[in-house]
Design a protein around this ligand. Sequence first.
Ligand code: BGC
Length: 350
Amino acid sequence: MKAITVLPGTPASVQLDDRPEPGPDRNALLVEALALGICGTDREIVSGAYGWAPPGRDRLILGHESLGRVLEAPDGSGFARGDHVVGIVRRKDPVPCVACAAGEWDMCRNGQYTERGIKALDGYGAERYRLEPDYAVKVDPALGLLGVLLEPSTILAKAWDHIDRIGHRTRSWSPKTILVTGAGPVGLLAALMGRQRNHEIHVLDLAETGPKPELVRDLGGTYHTRRLPDEFQADIVIECTGALTVIADVMKRATVDGIVCLTGVSNSGHSLPFDFGTFNRNMVLANLVTFGSVNANKRHYEMGADALAKADRSWLSRMITRKVPLSRWHEAFQGRPEDIKVVLQFAEAA
Ligand code: BGC
């Protein structure tokens, strides 16, 4: 069978390989890949800057945003042939730490977690793969290809879950204005979930043309190109660019008692002049919380699935700006200016 593999640490090593079929395993589902979403993390792995092969091997099968169809399911697993499933990305660490032991592998304390397609475990970018039933999540087959948006949705479901928990430190919490920086898939899903909570949405992005401004407007939100009005402030900021100048700016944009959630991963080794005195003074005097959020646990997969189920399907489908067939797989890794979500299609989802 075909699989997309990389040599982690080596730039431009990505290729379509022939791999043996998955071996027998009476405890795991056998899944046929339908689609694979490509995200910034995949591009970083392809660039050689991130990613780890499984122990004892050189190459890693790439891919963590999955959508597959069950071919074989163990008796009593709760799954049946034909079910559409998405594979959870992270696996708990072997110790396990207290967080992983509680099923919160997204909060792993010792860093020994593994991640399919990213860290020490083969990913879902193969025509067929095995998936443990405990790490498989059913998606409504009526969603078709849109089911591939579940994994990125879980990242925002977690971010919103933690924002809600932090917000409830005060009994009077009633956020109104939300600022999302970045109108890529993560930013747009953050905005969608904010809208589903009836908040007033503002999204900042560089794009002046293409589908992003309209997608934000169709959510009932306000799209800001390149810069925000000088006095603009928001009760909640969800930062989805990882760009230093944007991060430095949003730190000043939260209202009193506000929350800033950072979801974008930046590269190390870049610095900006930063006034820590003012930062600390504002944090303390305005009861601000700035926190980071990564990955998602099973609860967030359920929350993400709910958000997708409630969303307008035609709006969601406009987020998928390119569907690339496996025969032209390399095009999926070439970013284009108007891309939002690029999906590699293994088979027809309908
Ligand atoms: C994935 C997360 C993962 C993170 C860090 C993201 O692209 O969606 O599941 O934890 O990368 O590896």
